[in-house]
Design a binder for this molecule. Structure first.
Ligand code: IMP
Ligand code: MG
Length: 193
């Protein structure tokens, strides 16, 4: 006799997801994100169509990893990947503490065209700090792409060249973006109430 494999029933899944953030209606669906990221990929590929070295995507860990992986596959130009890892130093009197980079790009950026890739620009301090550090490494050009742009608490001006969505003043999770290290695996973007 053939064995019958059983799968969790929809009712079981619904119950399990009931208290879980991300089980409700998404703020931005995976389908919408996919379409927008494809458009961004085309836009970015157009802007860099004539460069004579591969683009260097510098991804800001950890939140931008999922976005960057999709964006990378939407490009029709050659691109390399580098990473930076900002961490908050909880010593300063200021809200989040001082920002330092626990990991800096591994390869040389001298004469290279660099695209900084972030998950969400809020106060602007993270991308601003990273951009200043990257700028000192002698790139031929430096542009910024962010999945989400939330202008409500901007403290420093940030020249964003490419953004996926402008969002209202809500904390978001999913699609790589976390709350206390969790919920990065959610395919949609949700606002956390
Ligand atoms: P900023 O330095 O104030 O611009 O904040 C940017 C960083 O804070 C992002 O790269 C995220 O890691 C984190 N962040 C800001 N807003 C949110 C949010 O709504 N959800 C999750 N992380 C956020
Ligand atoms: Mg975070």
């Amino acid at each position: 006799m053939t064995e019958v494999l059983t799968e969790p029933t929809p009712a079981h899944d619904a119950k399990r997801g009931a208290e879980r953030p991300g089980s409700g209606r998404p703020m931005i669906s995976a389908e919408r994100i996919k379409r927008r990221v494809r458009e961004l990929g085309r836009e970015i590929s157009d802007v860099y169509a004539d460069i004579d070295t591969p683009l260097v995507m510098v991804v800001i860990l950890k939140g931008a990893t999922v976005f960057a992986a999709d964006l990378l596959r939407s490009l029709s130009i050659p691109a390399e990947l580098e990473f930076v890892r900002p961490t908050r130093h909880k010593s300063g009197a200021k809200k989040g503490g001082r920002l330092r980079l626990a990991h800096m790009v591994a390869g040389s950026l001298v004469g290279r065209h660099v695209l900084l890739v972030s998950d969400i620009v809020d106060s602007g301090i993270t991308v601003n700090t990273v951009a200043r550090r990257i700028g000192r490494l002698g790139p031929a050009s430096l542009r910024m792409a962010t999945l989400l742009d939330r202008k409500a608490h901007r403290e420093v001006e940030v020249p964003i060249d490419f953004y996926g969505f402008a969002i209202p003043d809500r904390f978001v999770i999913g699609y790589g973006i976390d709350y206390a290290g969790l919920y990065r695996e959610l395919p949609d973007l949700h606002s956390l109430k």
